[in-house]
Write a protein that binds this ligand. Structure first.
Ligand code: MGD
Ligand code: MGD
Ligand code: SF4
Ligand code: MO
Length: 697
């Protein structure tokens, strides 16, 4: 054996990025061994040098090699041979697959391009394999635009209305905080690295308070847990304001200089004394008073808000109200004070979105006609719509990538009905044969993060990131970008000829960031580079709103207020008489949305779909822990196991998400029970605003 061959066979390390929808966006070190042509990833580890994630990965992604090399990986294109949803497929070649798709899409586009709908979310958060080449393709085609609301849009638009963008504290600063409110967030499960900083703060004497209907792993480890009813966060925030006003604990100087319209909100807050708040939130008035006192006196005081609390009708208003709190006490004066919901707005000037996605292709090809926008959160109704009226043309084709809507979208009975339409042409790009892939006409095998290039921003920290491929694509898999590149070349009559369809994945990853803002040399060399941002972003005001001040009375939205749930005992007493339990469906620890449900070791850790119940609610229904139960409302019914583990408060049940339907106990999952009504701001789903009843099976 010669020296070069030996050198090749020595294990090498490749710098990568975790692609998942998680605020932490970990830097990866991927170890590859084996001779060229037979290389294999033998280890996926964290990068100890990356400051926010410091070399630690969660259990899910430390198993990333198991997921990538899984025997269930899709490695060839497939065409459906059974009924939709049945899951019977036959391998075909790429040539047949691409020719079939290009012919169908070209024929539809020649009549009505808006009848084609791309459907994607954050299976990968990469700028290239997400909405990079795919966006160029669908813009050039003139397809319907997708309103990408399923996760964060209520809170995102609310934060932007208040601060001018999705801007917040630096995650690393929480180590210096003296009080941390962990609000609608379960970081032990969903933001592990933030939790590490919070624990360091705790050891240095900080008080940690968790505000969450569920007694989560996080709540267990905080000094205090305030288990309010779902959808009542706005009322709690108003109650805190009431106390800040009543005791004159306000930072008048900060308010005068940096808040616009405080008087209007002040009047509203005065209508929320602790007793009223307690009755609405299902907590005690002393909890409200104590929390206000702590928040007014601890310096610096920080709030880690997460999207868990905005998945209800009033989610947007609630975020606007919570976001006011650090302005009222001047918490923003300190680098370790303020609020963090999302940092993604920090990347606004760093990403070259227009170059990556080419929205200009719409105008050059389709003139002034802007395609309609379809809301992904109401995909069930959209696919069942006959067409016409405000809706526009009936959807004839849907191309799904980076998402599993049949499992994750609300009101799944209707989503399934839509995807089961025999006249709908459905293409799904996937790693695995998901519930959605079962409804495809053609399934295309996509590469994983270990097999392709990408560039990443994040919503938890403030580093630009670069992912290099560690090994060549497995089987016949191709990257999403390569699939759309090849499809572009085949679209009738003579292919899309714009030069942007020839950009390679590597060129797109390297071009994703603006060199004036991101240090590209460092990005290339280390795999990450920190954005140059101030440590205390709003110490001197400087919010991203037109006036530079925090906005209370936002154009079109008015002054924020508590908006009760669609479904609650207070707002819908007749419904609550039939379905008296409020159900939330937060993430299960070992899954990431519906990803990883098919990874055996992680599914084994979750065991079976579970519904956490309070022992009193269970006893009243003759339900023992571990019993199989039916959870139901007018929309559907879901079978799982009752778990009386102490995590549920009275009146609230927790249906942990998001199982694949076909891996559940009766072929459904928790979204069989959720509905398609939208949040007050941001047109997002109200997953956690849902009444149910439970009975033993
Ligand atoms: N392991 C794991 N990690 C994940 C995910 C996952 O599925 N699994 N999902 C990822 C995604 S997509 C996202 S968007 C992020 C953030 O995802 P989030 O869904 O925000 O995740 P959590 O941090 O778990 O916060 C949700 C918490 O909010 C609580 N909650 C529910 N309703 C209410 C309410 O009305 N008020 C309050 N105060 N709390 C409420 C829930 O009990 C839960 O503990 O996490 C990401 N990380
Ligand atoms: N009841 C209830 N429902 C919820 C939620 C809840 O808390 N409760 N959470 C909501 C939230 S916050 C979110 S963000 C959504 C998430 O919904 P989705 O974004 O649909 O997330 P996943 O279920 O993880 O599905 C992502 C899919 O993308 C695939 N994928 C990953 N990488 C690639 C790639 O490079 N190429 C291709 N082609 N495919 C890839 C994965 O295999 C996976 O099947 O779900 C929402 N649904
Ligand atoms: S913590 Fe989040 S970013 Fe880090 S490896 Fe796990 S899923 Fe990925
Ligand atoms: Mo999400």
């Amino acid at each position: 054996m010669n020296a070069t061959a030996i050198a090749h066979e020595a294990p090498r390390t490749v710098q990568g990025v975790c692609p998942h929808d998680c605020p932490d966006t970990c830097a990866l070190r991927v170890t590859v061994a084996g001779a060229p042509g037979a290389e294999r990833v033998i280890r996926v580890a964290g990068d100890p040098d990356h400051p926010p994630t410091h070399g630690v990965l969660c259990t899910k992604v430390s198993r990333y090699a198991e997921r990538t090399y899984s025997a269930q990986r899709l490695l060839t294109p497939l065409k459906r041979v059974g009924r939709k949803g049945e899951g019977r497929f036959e391998p075909i070649g790429w040539d047949e697959a691409l020719a079939t798709i290009a012919a169908r899409l070209s024929a539809i586009a020649a009549r009505q391009p808006e009848a084609i709908l791309p459907y994607s979310y954050a299976g990968t958060m990469g700028l290239v394999q997400g909405d990079g080449m795919a966006a160029r393709f669908f813009h050039r085609l003139g397809a319907s635009l997708l309103d990408r609301t399923i996760c964060a849009n209520a809170g995102g638009e609310a934060l932007a209305a208040t601060y001018g963008g999705k801007l917040g504290m630096r995650m690393e600063q929480f180590v210096h905080s003296k009080l941390i409110l962990i609000w609608g967030s379960n970081p032990v499960t969903s933001s592990l690295h933030f939790w590490t900083f919070a624990q360091q703060a705790k050891r240095a004497g900080a008080k940690l308070v968790c505000i969450d209907p569920r007694r989560t792993e996080t709540a267990e480890k905080c000094h205090q847990h305030i288990a309010l009813l779902p959808g009542t966060d706005g009322a709690l925030a108003l109650g805190l304001m009431h106390e800040l006003i009543a005791h004159d604990w306000l930072d008048h100087d900060y308010i005068a200089r940096h808040v616009e319209g405080w008087d209007k909100l002040r009047d509203k807050a005065l209508a929320w004394p602790p007793e009223r708040v307690a009755a609405v939130c299902g907590i005690t008035a002393d909890e409200v008073r104590g929390l206000a006192r702590d928040y007014a006196h601890a310096r610096p005081a920080a709030i880690r808000l997460n999207y868990g609390m905005q998945r209800v009708r009033g989610g947007g208003n609630a975020v606007r109200l919570v976001a006011m709190l650090p302005c009222l006490v001047g918490a923003w004066r300190h680098a370790a004070g303020g609020l963090l919901l999302s940092t993604s707005g920090s990347f606004a000037g760093a990403r070259r979105d227009a170059w990556l996605q080419r929205p200009d292709l719409l105008q050059t090809v389709h003139g002034q006609r802007r395609p309609r926008t379809v809301n992904m959160s109401t995909i069930g109704d959209a696919l069942r719509h006959p067409g016409g009226g405000d809706f526009g043309p009936r959807i004839e084709a849907v191309v799904v990538y980076n998402s599993n809507p049949v499992a994750v979208a609300p009101d799944s009975r209707r989503v399934v009905e839509g995807f089961a339409r025999e006249d709908l042409f459905t293409v799904v790009l996937e790693h695995f044969q998901t519930d959605t892939a079962d409804h495809a006409d053609i399934v295309l095998p996509a590469t994983t993060q270990l097999e392709h290039w990408d560039a990443h921003t994040t919503y938890g920290h403030t580093y630009a990131m670069l992912n290099r491929p560690a090994v060549p694509p497995l089987g016949q898999a191709l990257s999403n970008a390569e699939i759309f590149r090849r499809l572009a070349a085949r679209m009738g009559p003579s292919g899309f000829s714009e030069p942007c369809f020839a950009d390679s994945d590597e060129a797109m990853a390297m071009g994703a960031f603006d060199p004036a803002v991101v240090d590209l040399d460092e990005l290339r060399a280390r795999g990450w580079s920190r954005l140059r941002l101030p440590e205390a972003p709003f110490a001197e005001g400087g919010f991203a709103t037109p006036s530079g001040k925090v906005v209370v009375d936002a154009p079109g939205l008015g002054v924020p207020d508590h908006v009760p749930n669609y479904e609650s005992a207070q707002s819908a007493p007749e419904l609550a008489a039939r379905y008296p339990l409020a159900m939330i469906s937060p993430p299960a620890r070992h899954f990431l949305n519906s990803s990883f449900v098919n990874v055996e070791s992680l599914r084994a850790a979750e065991k079976e779909p579970r519904l956490e119940m309070h022992p009193d609610d269970a006893a009243a229904r003759g339900i023992a822990s571990g019993a199989v139960v039916r959870v139901f409302n007018d929309r559907g019914s879901y079978v799982c196991r009752a778990d009386l583990n102490g995590a549920a408060r009275p009146g609230v049940v927790n249906g942990l998400g998001i199982w694949w339907r076909k891996m559940g106990l009766n072929g459904t999952n928790v979204n069989e029970l959720t509905h398609q009504r939208l949040t007050d701001i941001g047109r997002a789903p109200a997953f956690y605003d849902c009444l149910v009843e439970v009975e033993p099976v």
